[in-house]
Design a binder for this molecule. Structure first.
Ligand code: HPA
Length: 249
């Protein structure tokens, strides 16, 4: 079953019929919220609010391992993650939707693996391509069928937060090749790979990253873009789900 992880601005999916709620408790602690089972476009999907509902868990305090385990226990077989991000590439203006293909992890101090020798014995997963290409293509094809312009590639920098970056930090991220920055891309993607769950990310740019334009980055500004963008995110997710209904080869 497809699972959707909703980020900031998507703690509930509007216009969706809820069928059941699954426990948030796992052997590695409590997920951010109960996993919801829903009917979307005639298909069963799972939904988890990454920050809880209402939004309460900050990025660095999310129990990413519990979130992934809760989704797996609820029957997730693949994951689409939605994230609000800042645009580092000046072309990625607020409102742009990006399907990243690469990432760099700058976060620290997070429980970032199941293979810690306690929960599971050590294994080194291949992470050359951190996102499922199949699922990325599903997103991109859904965008095409909806006539929505999606940016087909991007390098997602995960910073620790909860503060935003300094202008110099953003210049360094740009020099490293990062094109967008958020706080929740990792360890979520790596944990999904460890569980062998195909995973892709849909990023909505809600602000130019620090230092790119004059003035402060405000929460109100980000929320305004989120509010406008979430309709397009839902339209895209629905199109992906409809495509899943078609036989897969
Ligand atoms: N930086 C980090 N995370 C973010 C940003 C940002 O500029 N915007 C939304 N999430």
């Amino acid at each position: 079953m497809l699972a959707i992880i909703g980020g900031t601005g998507l703690t509930r999916m509007p216009g969706v019929e809820w069928l059941a709620e699954r426990s948030a408790m796992t052997s590695l602690g409590e997920a951010s919220a109960p996993v919801l089972e829903a009917q979307l476009e005639g298909q069963r999907v799972l939904f988890l609010a990454r920050h809880g509902h209402p939004h309460k868990v900050p990025p660095h305090k999310i129990n990413y391992r519990a979130n992934l385990l809760a989704l797996q226990a609820a029957g997730a077989s693949r994951i689409l993650a939605v994230n609000a991000v800042g645009g580092i590439d000046p072309a990625l203006v607020p409102g742009t939707l990006v399907v990243p293909d690469q990432m760099i992890d700058y976060s620290h101090g997070r429980e970032a693996t199941f293979f810690d020798g306690c929960y599971l014995p050590l294994k080194h997963i291949d992470f050359t391509s951190p996102y499922s290409e199949f699922m990325r293509q599903q997103l991109l094809q859904a965008g095409e069928s909806e006539g929505m312009a999606l940016v087909q590639q991007g390098v997602y920098a995960t910073t620790q937060g909860p503060r935003l970056e300094t202008a110099a930090e953003v210049r360094r991220l740009a020099q490293d090749g990062c094109t967008l920055v958020g706080m929740t891309g990792m360890p979520e993607a790596a944990l999904a790979r460890e569980l062998e769950l195909p995973y892709a990310c849909l990023s909505l740019v809600v602000n130019p990253a620090a230092g790119l334009v004059a003035g402060e980055i405000t929460l109100a500004g980000m929320e305004a873009v989120l509010e406008q963008g979430i309709g397009r995110v839902m339209q895209l997710l629905k199109a992906v789900v409809r495509r899943q209904a078609e036989p897969m080869i």
